[in-house]
Write a protein that binds this ligand. Structure first.
Ligand SMILES: Nc1nc2c(ncn2[C@@H]2O[C@H](COP(=O)(O)OP(=O)(O)OP(=O)(O)O)[C@@H](O)[C@H]2O)c(=O)[nH]1
Length: 322
């Protein structure tokens, strides 16, 4: 290591445990790995902390160490098949330190060339601390019913995104997608509760949440915003692509069968996330588009831009609220 630390890595452990957001924790680990490795490295991580999701690159020192999905799968398969000590694996002359969350393989650190035993042991320990702290931060942000991110996390994520600090996996330089905010509300949900009871109502919330999550990428953010309202922060190339993604979600929900209730629909409003507005202003724009969907037959998606409201109109609407 270029900086001298105690061999047990106590200072580095404390440093990782001090991080209070997932993005800061990822950055702290990146600094440590960059300092420790004299060759190129890549860190692959499954953001959902589940082995069901293929880990994606969270940080890489050089594009030459970016693995294809096939190579990533081959590393995972190889690691899973190894009997005995699964903490340092040699892979075609390079080193791999697997990242375990309980018994699930949720990522790995790939380092070009052979790591010496002492450094590998220290990195293994630090990856354990990282995953422990990541799990603590992750589960504090989850809504227990829907298993989506909770409302408390929403503002934080919008601010991270507008500041360009989102906890996203690395992408190609050419991939210049924009962030969008969608607000989603289950239609006539009061009738679901009134006709079938709150337990069935809760089940509908859970099933809608699962469909929302399944329709978006793992690097997008899906929230239970409150009661029967959800929000999504997701990336798309443009408004048309964002509309297509949300239309697909709307249709998926409208054509799904729900126990007892049979069918439910959702109304959706969305807007591009811009760094010039406060979080509440961005939500207000998406909400206006959502209200339009509600007022115009429900089970539909509306882009805020299509409402043709000028920014000055929008500002007036804001002022009237207070
Ligand atoms: N089962 C259940 N119901 C909830 C939960 N949170 C909110 N609700 C109910 O969701 C219903 C929302 O009703 P409204 O806001 O009147 O809207 P709606 O009936 O969905 O009608 P529109 O939004 O206009 O289509 C209320 O009856 C709330 O009590 C929850 O966690 N579980």
């Amino acid at each position: 290591m270029s900086t001298s630390y105690s061999p047990c890595g106590h200072e580095l452990t404390v440093q990782l445990l001090a991080q209070k957001s997932e993005s800061q924790l990822a950055q702290a680990l990146e600094h440590i790995v960059a300092d420790a490795c004299e060759t190129h490295y890549a860190f692959y991580f499954s953001k959902s902390l589940s082995a069901n999701e293929i880990p994606k690159p969270l940080f890489v020192s050089h594009r030459d160490v970016c693995l294809s999905i096939d190579s990533t799968t081959s590393v995972l398969n190889k690691t899973n098949k190894i009997e005995g000590d699964k903490h340092l694996i040699q892979h075609g002359g390079d080193s791999i330190i697997p990242l375990w969350h309980h018994t699930e393989l949720v990522g790995f650190l790939y380092v070009k060339g052979q790591l010496n035993f002492t450094l590998a042991t220290l990195l293994k320990h630090l990856l354990n601390v990282f995953i422990h702290q990541m799990a603590t931060l992750h589960f504090a942000r989850i809504d227990p019913l829907s298993q989506l991110l909770n409302r408390q996390t929403f503002d934080e994520k919008v601010i991270e995104i507008t500041n360009g600090e989102g906890f996203t996996v690395c992408r190609e330089a050419s991939d210049e997608r924009k962030w969008y905010l969608a607000m989603i509300d289950i239609d006539h949900f009061k009738q679901v509760n009134d006709n079938f009871g709150h337990v069935i109502g809760d089940e509908v919330i859970l099933l809608v949440a699962q469909i929302i999550k399944a329709n978006f990428r793992t690097e997008d953010y899906t929230f239970r915003y409150g009661g029967e309202e959800f929000s999504i922060l997701f990336q798309s190339f443009d408004d048309d692509a964002a509309l297509i993604a949300l239309e697909r979600l709307r249709e998926h929900i409208a054509t799904s069968r729900f126990p007892q209730v049979e069918h439910v629909s959702v109304s959706i409003g969305f807007t591009e996330v811009v760094d010039t507005l406060q979080v509440s202003e961005q939500v207000h724009k998406a909400d206006q588009a959502l209200y339009y969907s509600k007022d115009n037959g429900r089970n539909r998606v509306t882009n805020y831009l299509s409402l043709g409201l000028s920014e000055s109109h929008y500002e007036c609407a804001e002022i009237e609220l207070f």
